[in-house]
Design a protein around this ligand. Structure first.
Ligand code: ZN
Length: 64
């Protein structure tokens, strides 16, 4: 039986979209009972400033 645990060790940085590993994630931030992981402090700071912007399923980049 092959284990498929590897994929569960990575999370997506909600700010830049990069995949980060739980083990190597530098920054984490708890928001509404969930923990989010970030590749760098700058990403966490952006998230902290406006979490809702990054938690929307479909991000909007201004109006078209
Ligand atoms: Zn990032």
């Amino acid at each position: 039986m092959k284990k498929h645990a590897d994929k569960q060790l990575t999370v997506t940085d909600p700010v830049c979209g990069m995949e980060v590993s739980y083990k190597t994630a530098i920054e984490e931030f708890k928001y509404k009972g969930r923990t989010y992981y970030f590749c760098a402090g700058i990403c966490r700071e952006k998230f902290e400033a406006d979490p809702e912007q990054y938690l929307r399923p479909h991000r909007q980049h201004g109006l078209r």
